[in-house]
Design a protein around this ligand. Structure first.
Ligand SMILES: [Zn+2]
Ligand SMILES: [Zn+2]
Length: 246
């Protein structure tokens, strides 16, 4: 945006906080105000190298939490990169984004993903962004897929392409409140790889990452099943980029 245009647009639409609508004195577009930003629990070291959680005991050698140590050998997903804890302002922002249809919140939520201490180190190695798919009936009801919005915003900022390589083929009742094993059963066979992308993934060098994108990671079941489907399609090194880990 040119400076004149920005000054003009601020005259008619003064910049306000994305969340609480407090006026912002800063230039450079709408953001969260300093007060709201302080309410985010952004991930800072020390954190688990597997799942980005901060309030856990880490193994001194591997720097993994107990859950990740158990999972590391069989997980198709190598890492979960979550920008914040699912606490304070984050759940509000996410529910306003998803259920309140405030799609402009993809912008500050993407800021949170990119605030992860390792994001800038990992980003140059990411070959593509794959949003966690939504069943078409659910998408029709909501009007958009929040993971796709986040993937496109991330793509706009980094230049990494979005590849919609997964399809959700079964519609399920809510996963909320279900334990990990029950979630696995409930979701079995829910995600399918789009075969038309097979060559793209099979030809990826081993050191190139495929990044799944989701708004929140709860038990990790959805992401794990998506990663399995991507593996079947030929993807090798898969990570999850998400706003928050519960
Ligand atoms: Zn605010
Ligand atoms: Zn962990």
């Amino acid at each position: 945006m040119s400076e004149t245009w920005e000054a003009l647009s601020h005259l008619f639409f003064p910049p306000v906080c994305y969340y609480c609508k407090a006026p912002l004195d800063s230039r450079g577009g709408r953001k969260l105000c300093p007060r709201c930003r302080e309410l985010l629990k952004l991930v800072e070291p020390p954190y688990c190298l597997g799942c980005s959680k901060t309030n856990v005991i880490l193994d001194e050698e591997t720097l993994l939490c107990a859950d990740c140590q158990l999972r590391s050998k069989r997980a198709p997903l190598s890492r979960i990169i979550a920008g914040a804890a699912y606490e304070d302002l984050v759940p509000h922002l996410i529910s306003k984004f998803k259920y309140g249809r405030c799609r402009y919140l993809a912008d500050p939520l993407t800021d949170i993903i990119m605030a992860h201490p390792e994001f800038s180190v990992l980003a140059p190695h990411i070959a593509c962004l794959v949003p966690v798919p939504m069943h078409w009936t659910k998408r029709l009801l909501r009007g958009f897929n929040q993971s796709e919005d986040l993937a496109y915003e991330l793509s706009r900022r980094t230049g990494i392409p979005v590849v919609k390589a997964l399809k959700r083929v079964r519609y399920h009742s809510s996963q909320a409140g279900l334990k990990r094993e029950a979630r696995m059963r409930n979701l079995g066979g829910a995600f399918q790889f789009e075969d038309s992308y097979a060559r793209r993934f099979q030809n990826l060098p081993k050191n190139r990452l495929t990044a799944l994108i989701d708004d929140v990671c709860t038990t990790g079941t959805t992401a794990e099943l998506c990663a399995r489907a991507l593996k079947r399609g030929g993807a090798k090194n898969i990570i999850l980029l998400t706003v928050a880990k519960t």
